[in-house]
Design a protein around this ligand. Structure first.
Ligand code: FCB
Length: 453
């Protein structure tokens, strides 16, 4: 079923973006590489999770995914066809260090050499995310991110990878969406490793942030003149009514989603109101941790998909609030299409935290694509979603937000975590039986829009 967006579409103008604006697409290792146990790669928590019955829709796994590991050359050519200036991808930790730390797997490094060199040959700048949720299972078995030892292991991995790629890779993202890794994985239990415990989730969030802070100087040391940052998934939060109760509910929800990460990264420590709510579940913090987390970075990566509408509800969970499904346009994920939220968010982050540069490191939408009789995929809703959000970006630039680039999620349909292959976010359609790729209408539009002038 194809849905059509009813929101008024105003097309963005390329001339409203600076000449040196970075245009890209993003992916993540487990979502598209496949070759799960090949050439020395060992299992990650996502291999374990997806192979556990009932965890992922349809029993889907990333065993094969888009088979990007084997179809690398083809995909590099596709990226060139897209006119990408930059490509954001993540590295599979357990391909590089199958035991999580210690012995290095040369074959793993070779794959990323081929990827990075292939990008550079095509004049596409590689943007590397070190951690996009796929912790080596061996480290999970030893306590996972709830254990401080995993921070040390992550620094070892960071050192190995940046020593190896640091001469060619100059853009590094330490973590992708620590909120999801911490809370979807350890509080809600819907992502790997599937825990449901607030104290664990909060300790994980602290260790993720700490590992970020300690990795930044290592990356600068191994990769001269590199730009280093972290990517957060931020959701602007709106109170459903003007009541003071709803305002408090919205503020708490903002504390949970946004401030819990932004405040410590920008030197404000964990938000006091959240520490009070979390009480005894608050993380154990060692002297020096908060200073390490607040290390200076070169940019903030923001992933934006939707907003939250919140209202007070007595007795509803820890936050005494609930999300309201307001009238509007929704994607197949049931996420509201709300481009104004992106502009509001970018202005607020600039005003409250003043990062030197911001990149949208993910933005996109899932709809139920149909392959037409002519073989074309006319994904008008997704195309309009991109237009609306690029317009929101250009409005932010006008408002003096230091927005320097935009990465569409995603280069191609892929394994959408707990949703399996049902939720397609690609600018390129992937037939998961034949593994054939075909640019959708949205992809054609995007590649045309970003074409160097
Ligand atoms: C983000 C993830 C990314 C993808 C999109 C749809 O939360 O970073 O891997 O799944 O959502």
């Amino acid at each position: 079923m194809t849905t059509t967006l009813k929101l008024e579409i105003s097309s963005p103008h390329r001339s409203n973006f600076p000449k040196d604006f970075i245009w890209g697409t993003a992916t993540a290792a487990y979502q598209l590489e496949g070759a799960a146990l090949e050439d020395g790669r060992s299992a990650s928590i996502w291999d374990t999770f997806s192979h556990t019955p009932g965890k992922v829709k349809g029993g889907d796994t990333g065993d094969v995914a888009c088979d990007h590991y084997h179809l690398l050359e083809r995909d590099l050519d596709l990226m060139k066809q897209f006119n990408l200036a930059a490509y954001r991808f993540s590295v599979s930790w357990s391909r590089i260090l199958p035991q999580g730390r210690g012995a290095v797997n040369a074959k793993g490094l070779e794959f990323y050499d081929r990827l990075v060199d292939g990008l550079l040959e095509r004049n596409i700048t590689p943007w590397v995310t070190l951690y996009h949720w796929d912790l080596p299972q061996t480290l999970e078995d030893a306590g996972g991110w709830a254990s401080r030892d995993t921070v040390a292991a992550y620094l070892e991995y960071t050192d190995v990878l940046s020593k190896h790629l640091g001469d060619r890779v100059k853009h590094w993202i330490t973590h992708n969406e620590p909120w999801c890794a911490a809370f979807l994985g350890n509080l809600m239990g819907i992502h790997a490793p599937g825990n449901r415990d607030l104290k664990t989730a909060l300790q994980v969030s602290h260790h993720l942030l700490l590992s970020h802070g300690l990795a930044v100087p290592i990356l600068h040391q191994n990769s001269v003149d590199a730009q280093v940052g972290i990517t957060l998934n931020l959701g602007p939060t709106y109170a459903f009514t003007d009541s003071s109760e709803d305002a408090t509910a919205a503020r708490t929800s903002d504390g949970f989603m946004n401030r819990w990460f932004l405040d410590p990264l920008y030197g404000k420590g964990y938000p006091q109101d959240m520490l009070e709510i979390y009480g005894a579940a608050s993380p154990v913090i060692v002297a020096g941790d908060m200073e390490a987390i607040a290390v200076e970075t070169d940019f903030l990566g923001i992933n934006y998909y939707t907003r939250a509408n919140v209202k007070h509800k007595a007795g509803a969970g820890l936050f005494e609030s609930e999300q309201v499904h307001v009238e509007g346009e929704y994607t197949f994920f049931d996420w509201e299409v709300y481009p104004q939220g992106l502009t509001d968010l970018l202005k607020r982050v600039t005003y409250d935290y003043d990062p030197p540069a911001i990149y949208i490191t993910e933005n996109g939408a899932t709809y139920q694509d149909e392959v037409g009789e002519d073989g074309e995929i006319n994904d008008t809703s997704r195309l309009n979603y991109f237009k609306l959000h690029l317009e929101a970006c250009s409005n932010s630039i006008k408002a003096e937000v230091p927005l320097k680039g935009y990465f569409a999620w995603s280069l191609m349909d892929n394994f959408e975590w707990a949703e399996g292959y049902e939720k397609r976010f690609g600018l390129t359609y992937v037939d998961f039986t034949t593994l054939e790729r075909k640019m959708k209408a949205s992809g054609k539009w995007y590649s045309d829009f970003i074409k160097p002038e």
